[in-house]
Design a protein around this ligand. Structure first.
Ligand code: UDP
Length: 343
């Protein structure tokens, strides 16, 4: 099997690439290296089954060339991270809507199976005790860029569903809830690497708002095999599946866990949302997945607890300081929209 992973140099994408190579696939990565990095692929850099194309999903010629070359597509390329979305709303909307539309169009033309990565963000401010795939979406004002990521991903899902309904495109959707793990960066707003980095450097841990908002963090090593299992389930076509952690934790308790695991003497400071993300910022108080649909389909049960997740992030962060400037020689730009041939 030959798989394309868009966003394969990103945090989740690079873990998926390693897993696919491990189970015997050959893999093409399409990534524009905007938030991803070749460093994320360091462990598999010399694998003969890996090909990396540096290019954007916004270029339909590049997309067509790479999709033509594979049997299935995992579409993970997106502008993600609350901080990035708030700071660069226009490019986020373009990438997340037009880029995904390019992928869908080409998969339809070529009859290629597709897994689309979506997000728990689409539920917005719905604080239900166990969000199901049918739960309502409660979004704030369309003029607040904080909600544009959820809006764009909602459009992506609707596009995917319409391609399935009208053309029979073999597309499945996964909604990821706060996936965390080694190589994730805090730079774009993700709380676990941000707090772990602060604890390691001996800085104050910045908890936004009152810190009583909750999330259910899941480990990337639990999520990646589930992505493949769902992609390989024909019953999943046209459907969406939640994939999240099973334990709800407040951000204040998360900060305490980080201090314990990292063994840090840092303190914890509460930072008003306006200072972190600008005035008028809205957060969700709670976001709890009901994973039963994915459990029924593929037996999905998240196994890794928050302490082990934090330990994994801390370990990888300490390692990456040593290898910061590593660059992969095989990385090459897509010339004239045509991917090269090196593997
Ligand atoms: N958060 C925080 N400190 C940080 C980064 C984030 O307290 O340094 C908060 C953020 O406001 C949110 C929660 O942690 O309430 C999870 O944030 P993240 O951006 O990781 O995920 P999302 O908001 O998409 O759930």
């Amino acid at each position: 099997m030959r798989s394309l992973v868009t966003g394969g140099a990103g945090f989740i994408g690079s873990h998926l690439v390693e897993h696919l190579l491990d189970v015997g696939d050959s893999v093409v990565v399409l990534d524009d290296l905007s938030t991803g990095s070749m460093n994320n692929l360091a462990k598999v850099a010399d694998h003969p089954g890996l090909e990396v194309v540096v290019g954007t999903i916004l270029d339909p010629v590049i997309v067509r060339n790479v999709v033509l070359d594979v049997d299935r597509v995992f579409h993970l390329a997106a502008a993600v991270g609350v901080k990035l979305v708030v700071e660069q709303p226009l490019s986020c909307l373009r990438t997340n809507i037009h880029g995904t539309e390019n992928i869908l169009m080409v998969c339809h033309e070529t009859g290629t199976t597709l897994l689309l990565a979506s997000t728990s963000e689409i539920y917005g401010k719905n604080e239900s005790d166990g969000l199901t795939e049918e739960s309502d979406r409660i979004l704030g004002s369309a003029l607040k860029s904080r909600w544009s990521y959820a809006a764009a991903k909602g459009i992506d899902e609707a596009f995917a569903r319409a391609y399935w309904e009208e053309y029979g495109l073999q597309v499945s959707i996964v909604r990821l809830f706060n996936t965390v793990g080694p190589r994730q960066k805090g730079r774009y707003g993700m709380v676990v690497p941000n707090l772990v980095g602060q604890a390691i450097r001996g800085e104050s841990l910045t908890v936004f708002g009152d810190g009583r908002q909750t999330r259910c963090f899941s480990a990337v090593e639990d999520i990646v095999p589930a992505l493949v299992a769902i992609a390989e389930s024909p019953e999943a076509y046209g459907q969406a599946y939640n994939l999240g952690g099973s334990t709800e934790i407040s951000i204040l308790d998360l900060a305490e866990t980080v201090l314990e695991v990292v063994d840090s003497a840092s303190d914890v400071v509460l930072v008003p949302y306006a200072n972190a993300y600008g005035p008028g910022y809205e957060d969700m108080r709670r976001r709890v997945p009901d994973n039963s649909k994915a459990k029924a389909l593929i037996g999905f049960v998240p196994r890794t607890g928050i302490e082990a997740i934090v330990r994994g992030v801390a370990g990888s962060m300490r390692e990456s300081v040593a290898g910061e400037d590593w660059q992969m020689a095989q990385a090459r730009p897509a010339r004239n929209g045509l991917p090269g041939t090196e593997h």
